[in-house]
Ligand binder design. Structure first.
Ligand SMILES: *Cc1c(COP(=O)(O)O)cnc(C)c1O
Length: 384
């Protein structure tokens, strides 16, 4: 059983809720920052993974910049202590209102995903007599070997600008006076477990930087995105991602210009392991071939299993009996409201408390009120 989850305290709280291990969050944040600093790299924490204010405050204090995908995220980031000068802003559908907010706050870069977007930012910046610093988000056509819903760097994905468009884009950017190209940007997907994928990405980026040199372009920044995966099967033995090996791959394989600064946008690997969804067993229903554990938490609280068939380790915190195999399902009226099939947990009964582990990333932020349920609350190890 997980030693960092204080069962006796959690028993008193109304389920379902998110529980965050703040000590682990800080330890993870520090490990990432220390390993990145060895090479002078900057990490922008990808706010969309978890935009909980307390978590953001801890990460801004730890020294992260921010990576945002909406103006509301930018505003939230600034409110929680992130310096706008270290905020990157991505997204294929930035609206005028959002762009204006980002221009007013004078963020680090707009990571631009299409020609019409670049033209629009130029117009809006000109109206404010400003020059917007931008990166071209490039679709490098590298397969991240991850779930199709979290693959973003293939030509058929909606993200980024492909190689055949480079010369047109470069000509256009040279003609626009209210934008300033400072960086290329890449983000090929999420939950990437095969480190070779990052080597392949480095090789592509080297080629693409060469192509840009042919256009006479050598930029002061390079942003390689995020995507480092975590170990959902072993949340305790692999509680902190291997940031050391990750950054070493880029140091070894990427050809940076002298003085060129490398940026990362990590989300999941910073926050996933510190969070658990805590839920109570409402009923145990024995079928002929399987037993169902029905919990009071559902897909509205944590949608990853339903949306991506994602695996989360589940633990019974209140039983010491031998393990049994169960399908662990939520109460929502959808067959996809299933957290795990044939999961081995300590034999359970009505009233037991379960922890659905590694739920700190893309958990609380994706919660909804479907079935008119309450949004899950959050509790923290240093406050209960
Ligand atoms: C989601 C996202 C990230 C973070 O991805 P993780 O897999 O959580 O590290 C980084 N950059 C962009 C542009 C994103 O959309």
């Amino acid at each position: 059983m997980s030693n960092q989850i204080p069962v006796e305290k959690l028993k008193k709280i109304q389920t379902p809720f998110y529980f965050y291990d703040i000590e682990l969050l800080k330890k993870t944040a520090q490990a990432a920052i220390i390993e990145a600093e060895k090479f002078g790299y900057e990490i922008h924490y990808a706010i969309k993974a978890n935009s909980n204010r307390k978590i953001l405050q801890i990460l801004s204090e730890a020294g992260f910049g921010a990576d945002c995908v909406s103006a509301n995220e930018i505003v939230r980031a600034v409110e929680c202590g992130f310096n706008p000068k270290h905020i990157a802003y991505a997204g294929v559908g930035k609206t005028d209102r959002e762009i204006n907010t980002a221009l007013d706050l004078e963020i680090f870069t707009f990571n631009c995903e299409s020609l019409p977007e670049i033209e629009n930012i130029n117009i809006l910046a000109a109206r404010k007599n400003k020059i917007a610093d931008m990166a071209i988000r490039i679709n490098p056509n590298v397969d991240a070997h991850t779930h199709e819903y979290v693959t973003t760097g293939m030509e058929e994905n909606k993200f980024g600008i492909s190689e055949w468009q480079f010369s047109e884009i470069v000509e256009k950017i040279k003609s626009l006076t209210s934008i300033n190209l400072i960086s290329l940007h890449f983000h090929i997907g999420s939950q990437i477990e095969d480190m070779k994928v990052f080597e392949t990405l480095c090789k592509r980026v080297n080629e693409i930087q060469k192509t840009f040199e042919l256009f006479g372009i050598k930029l002061p920044h390079l942003n390689i995105g995020g995507g480092l995966g975590i170990d959902y099967k072993n949340p305790d033995s692999s509680s902190v991602a291997d940031f050391k090996s990750y950054f070493e791959i880029f140091n070894k394989n990427l050809n940076l210009y002298s003085g060129q600064k490398l940026h990362f946008e990590l989300g999941r690997s910073i926050v996933a392991q510190c969070g658990s969804l805590i839920t109570q067993v409402v009923y145990v229903k024995n079928g002929r071939q399987k037993s169902f554990v029905i919990t009071d938490g559902g897909m509205n609280d944590l949608i990853r299993p339903a949306l991506y068939h994602a695996y989360h380790k589940i633990e019974n915190l209140t039983s010491a009996k031998a393990e049994k195999s169960y399908d662990i399902v939520g109460p929502i009226c959808e067959s996809s409201d299933c957290f795990a099939k044939n999961e081995m947990i300590n034999e359970t009964q009505r009233g037991d408390i379960l922890a659905i582990r590694s739920a700190g990333a893309y958990g609380e932020v994706m919660a909804s009120q479907y079935n008119l349920r309450e949004l899950p609350k959050a509790y923290y190890s240093d406050e209960i």
